[in-house]
Design a protein around this ligand. Sequence first.
Ligand SMILES: [Zn+2]
Ligand SMILES: [Zn+2]
Length: 269
Amino acid sequence: MNLFSLLSDFVFCSINSGSNGNCYFIGAGDCGILVDVGISVRTIESRLKAIGYDLQCVKAVLLTHSHIDHVKGVPQLIKRCKIPVYASESCFSMLMECNMTMDSDLCKVVTPVINIDCFRIEPFYTEHDAPGSLGFFVSNGDKSIVIATDVGTLTPAVKSFLKKADNVVIETNYDKEMLLNGSYPDMLKSRIMGGHGHLGNEETCAFIIENYKRRWDNVFFCHLSENNNSPDKVMSCFHHYLNEKNIHDFGNTVVHLLSRYEASPLFYL
Ligand SMILES: [Zn+2]
Ligand SMILES: [Zn+2]
């Protein structure tokens, strides 16, 4: 494979996105990385196969945090593939507390910059309520994508990584009205909305619209709640902010919703 194809062939696929399990694939040339492994290895394998990749091309796993919808399949994947797992020290401690046993040689505590094959990765801390929660900025030296799921609050650090990326994956977890009027206990409602849980449609869409001049190539809305959100709610919120700002030209930015039930197509970034 020549250098040009390595640089140009930078791809992204959402293998699954939502509280039922999260897993994202980023590929370049013939290698790839997974961000989070919240579903079974069998499902990952079959969904990767459908987009032309196999498990052997996965060189590493990056974990955003220790919640089960992000780590469920990790031990199985590591046992099978013997690839390194990158996470914060606190995340590894949480996994050990939950008796998630992994070969310690494969557990790599993140550093400010991580190089894996042709990927340059910059982790950044978020306010989510699992110790040492992270987002990831991933670049192939040409294009970049940021994964900002379960961030809780759009802190200055999170915003700066979102703004400098060419492509963003950002959570739109809940519609405020649906959450407030829904059946969740008050404590859980407060946890989700309280700055250390999730970003709602309003916060995320307002941020994306305010920064529309950034001209992202793709905006992927992820981690939609099954009970407190719907694709229609996300898109109507997005259009509400577009109209409010009187924006008719969103440039070449393409907006996508990532599914809780199936893999996305393979996107060439
Ligand atoms: Zn989650
Ligand atoms: Zn979480």
